[in-house]
Design a protein around this ligand. Structure first.
Ligand code: UDP
Length: 368
């Protein structure tokens, strides 16, 4: 897609005098408009969430610039979009400031998803992971502020840490562990990203919202970085043991990627989301042990279920969370969103997707 040819000075003056164009167009169209002619910059667009978001936004009529350095994203996730009207693929780093500045200026809304994700990656590459999460968000916020653009920052349920105040509410206290346990670095980096976003909102009136994702899963999600559902599906289809860490009684609530991108889209249609944090997830809580059984049942696999200590437990850098469940009242009140797909559908869709790749499946290697 060709860049949009407005002059920098005209655009900048217009933006400063009347807030960001995204919001102005929403005011004209009214909230919850279903069509979209805006231009969205998605960072981390070749990743699992990013690629589905590109699909969804394009289907709504948006123009999408997809930025990714392919550190963990994969070209195959967006290959089907090549040549699509309105889609512009830009391989590159968020930390490339001249490039970021140009792309942000061309966009109406920035959705910042680029990040180091997955416990295995965080533990095997802690320095790069923390630096990536902090530096890219700082760069996006600074640039969005300079260009007066609206921005969504992706965060994670990880920030709730060990809190036992379930279901987790956006304004509840968070409870993080010590810096000597590396896993907490991810939660801290995301909490810092959130605080920086809120600081820009308060101090500079930047139109920024934070999205806290809870265990998002679905087709295309890689099994390489530690996430449990793609791992179990893959293990079951390969006839390998499903590796349940610990006693398997820890719980998570998994949300289908199709519901997640719909939630992002609905929030993007509002002008009253800025300066706010939103949980996006599912309320259907399941133990990891039950999850393994459900995956076995859906695949018809004869794989064993093996209870094993977390592989990096010996390092003292991993701490598991016993439970995790979002309170969805805030997003539900604002945009009437709830997940439409339950866990059974999620597992079914992931199995169908992986089965479609049968023959290409090879055992996953260790991360990093
Ligand atoms: N888990 C597991 N086997 C695996 C990968 C993960 O039992 O092969 C467990 C992990 O210990 C945690 C849960 O599944 O209790 C979810 O792990 P994931 O890394 O997907 O998400 P997070 O811990 O960040 O919620």
């Amino acid at each position: 897609m060709a860049p949009h040819g407005r002059s920098r000075s005209r655009r900048t003056i217009a933006a400063h005098s009347a807030g960001c164009r995204w919001q102005r167009e929403q005011e004209v169209a009214g909230n919850n408009s279903v069509s979209m002619n805006q231009h969205v910059l998605v960072t981390g667009a070749a990743g699992f969430v990013g690629s589905h978001l590109c699909d969804f936004l394009l289907a709504q009529g948006a123009r999408v610039t997809a930025l990714d350095n392919l550190a963990t994203g994969r070209l195959e996730n967006i290959a089907h979009l090549a040549g699509s009207p309105g889609f512009h693929w830009v391989p590159g780093d968020v930390e490339n400031r001249p490039l970021l500045g140009k792309l942000v200026e061309e966009a109406d809304l920035v959705i910042h998803l680029a990040a180091a994700v997955g416990v295995d990656l965080i533990l095997s590459r802690p320095v790069e992971s923390l630096k990536t999460n902090l530096a890219t968000t700082a760069a996006v916020l600074e640039t969005a502020h300079a260009m007066q653009r609206c921005v969504f920052i992706a965060s994670s349920s990880e920030v709730y840490g060990r809190s036992e105040a379930l279901p987790y509410q956006e304004n509840a206290d968070i409870h993080l562990g010590p810096a000597t346990t590396l896993r907490w670095g991810y939660a801290c980096s995301k909490a810092m990203d959130e605080l920086l976003a809120m600081a820009y909102a308060r101090q500079y009136h930047l139109k920024v919202a934070v999205l806290r994702f809870f265990n998002v899963s679905g087709p295309r999600q890689s099994s390489l970085y530690g996430m449990v559902l793609p791992r179990f599906v893959r293990q079951a289809l390969l006839g390998e043991s499903l590796t349940v860490y610990g006693d398997g009684r820890q719980t998570r609530s998994f949300c289908h990627i199709a519901d997640v991108v719909r939630a992002i889209y609905l929030l993007s249609q509002r002008d009253d989301v800025f300066g706010e944090i939103f949980n996006i997830g599912s309320e259907e809580e399941v133990t990891i042990s039950a999850l393994a059984h459900k995956v076995k049942q859906t695949t018809g696999s004869t794989s064993a279920i093996e209870y094993t200590p977390y592989p990096r437990d010996h390092s003292g850098d991993y701490e598991d969370f016993r439970r995790r469940r979002p309170d969805l009242r805030k997003i539900s009140r604002l945009v009437n969103w709830k997940p439409e797909r339950n866990l059974a559908i999620l597992i079914h869709d992931m199995v169908a997707f992986e089965e479609g790749k049968q023959g290409k499946l090879v055992p996953a290697g260790p991360c990093g």
